[in-house]
Design a protein around this ligand. Sequence first.
Ligand code: GLP
Length: 244
Amino acid sequence: MSNLKILVRESYELMSSRAASIIENQIHDKPDSVLGLATGSTPLGVYAEMMLKYKAGDTDFSRVRTFNLDEYYPIKKADAQSYYYYMRKNLFDFINIPDENIHIPDGEATDPNTECYTYEEKITALGGIDLQILGIGVNGHIGFNEPAKAFAAATHHVKLDASTIKENARFFANEKTVPTHALTMGIGTIMRATKIILLANGAKKAETLRDALYGPITPQNPASVLQLHRDVTVITDRDAGRLL
Ligand code: GLP
């Protein structure tokens, strides 16, 4: 038996609007919600919907606080491939969230371990994450928690898998320019969120999702740990949800 709520929608747009409505309700219920945010291609539709809801006057982000899951390391904020840049261009520049409420692991930090420690402390100080948005890597990673021997407890500095570098090369000039490391919330950080939405679209995520949601719970498939969380809503399009 599982606590997972699984919503398979016909299209990417319907997947995105379902997730955006849950976020909207969360902010209405708690205007100073702490949101955990993801990057990658998957949540772009959700962010587009959130901007529309702001423009239409339906959602006020002025008290919302956000923590992003991860960032490449090292990377400059001004670099178009940084998650800092992604978040500005795909959401933050278009809604009324104050700069001081936005948190993204700092790819320019001099000491990555201190940055990770401080980041985790900030999340704890704000009372933890109310609603965490997740995508999933083809290898089952969430944030940049790669398949590993153990689940990481907190935000940490990680070496990216060769498969992740290959997968993410599409956002860079070529594979060689993809950073080899990243800073990411740990599995523990993610699991402490009160609610989680896991998003996936496209046929290449179908087997990954099936294995994560119905297979053995193992750090070799990081997303499988979500089976142990009390409040996860999985929202997919038809192709990604085909095997669920
Ligand atoms: C990236 C990010 C993850 C994201 C995943 C899937 O590397 N670090 O947070 O969920 O891989 O990416 P996409 O949505 O582009 O498939």
